[in-house]
Design a protein around this ligand. Structure first.
Ligand SMILES: NC(=O)c1ccc[n+]([C@@H]2O[C@H](COP(=O)([O-])OP(=O)(O)OC[C@H]3O[C@@H](n4cnc5c(N)ncnc54)[C@H](O)[C@@H]3O)[C@@H](O)[C@H]2O)c1
Length: 322
């Protein structure tokens, strides 16, 4: 299915990934309805989108089925990005996390079924794997999430597959591995790159939770957007795909790389206690996405970081000396 001329809904459109996806879909000629309740999203993330006649924004909550039924009328594709997205916050508020993520997904699926939506593409997460030792992570291996957030993402993938099996809905889950890039903000709901960037700009030391040996497969936002477009284009359904860069880096090496690229080698790296719920290593085997979606990551971590830093300088007049 080509995106051009399609009517698409992006849930969580005011968030980091949702807003980047929205902009790209509009560039491709799709008609986009963005929805968000601003729990963590920001209206300024939609500044570009509002310049386009084919964009409409509706403030609303994915826990509201009536709202979704209205929004999904005549819609071809739903990109479901809205979620309670923080692992540490999910440990503090597991019920809230479950409510938004699992009940929200059920609403999205039920509304999509009733309104005959053609495809649903779901933002899942590498957190479903938990701390299983085998690397790289392959889609079919054992999933043992260790945080309430990871549990909800696994439950939602299972709902996606079940709704394909029993109702024939065309669902696809994309398991994102630590995404970073423009519009990711420095907050309790953010990933480590955005948090450290905030510290670098303020000339503050970088704190690593744990011994710095834990590693992640940081994936640049443009590659995640690309994967979403490919998931709509290819005739796949009821499937789950890892979406990562396929090249892990330890947190110590990442901190050093960020300091080097921003010319802030004078800032210290300090080590603190590990965070509960954090897995040790995460690294994606992306061969299934390469084979069935023709997905090819185009950014390594250094290229992605440089583009992100440049955007930060241009947008906030930051002092990153690149
Ligand atoms: N960023 C990552 O590294 C990463 C990794 C794996 C998976 N994901 C998944 O990708 C998706 C997007 O993540 P993100 O990083 O852009 O996070 P984000 O927090 O920036 O975006 C999520 C958006 O959902 C909105 N939202 C939350 N609850 C809502 C509700 N009840 N109704 C309507 N909108 C609601 C928020 O306001 C926010 O704008 C999420 O599903 C997340 O779990 C992200």
């Amino acid at each position: 299915m080509e995106i051009k001329e399609k009517k698409v809904v992006v849930t969580g459109a005011a968030g980091f990934i949702g807003s980047n996806l929205t902009d790209f879909l509009l560039e491709q000629g799709a008609e986009v309805i963005g929805i968000d309740n601003f729990f963590n999203g920001r209206i300024e993330n939609l500044t570009e989108a509002f310049k386009n006649d084919k964009f409409e924004f509706l403030k609303g909550d994915i826990r509201d089925l009536t709202f979704l039924l209205d929004v999904f009328e005549d819609v071809d594709i739903v990109y479901h990005q809205a979620a309670f997205t923080s692992v540490p916050q999910s440990i503090k508020m597991p019920e809230n996390c479950n409510n938004v993520n699992v009940n929200g997904v059920l609403n999205v699926l039920n509304a999509a079924r009733r309104m005959d939506v053609e495809k649903i593409i779901y933002a899942s997460s590498s957190s479903v794997y938990g701390d299983t030792p085998t690397l790289p992570k392959r889609e079919e291996m054992c999933r043992l999430p260790i945080s309430p957030y990871g549990v909800t993402k696994l439950a939602c993938e299972a709902y996606m597959q079940a709704y394909h099996q029993v109702y024939g809905l065309k669902t696809t889950s994309l398991r994102y591995f630590n995404v970073f890039g423009p519009r990711q903000k420095d907050s309790t709901y953010s990933g480590v790159i955005a948090i450290w960037l905030g510290h670098i700009i303020k000339n503050e030391e970088l704190t690593i939770n744990g011994d710095g040996k834990i590693s992640r497969d940081f994936t640049y936002i443009k590659d995640v957007v690309q994967a979403n477009i490919l998931a709509a284009k290819h005739d796949v359904a009821g499937e789950i795909f890892n979406i990562g860069a396929g090249s892990p880096i330890s947190l110590t090496d990442l901190a050093k790389l960020m300091l080097k690229l921003s010319n802030k080698n004078n800032l210290k790296i300090v080590y603190s206690v590990p965070r509960p719920g954090d897995i040790l290593h995460s690294y994606a085997d992306i061969s299934k996405a390469k084979r069935l979606l023709k997905f090819e990551p185009r950014y390594n971590q250094e290229q992605g970081l440089l583009e992100y830093f440049k955007w930060y300088n241009e947008t906030y007049g930051a002092n990153l000396n690149l």
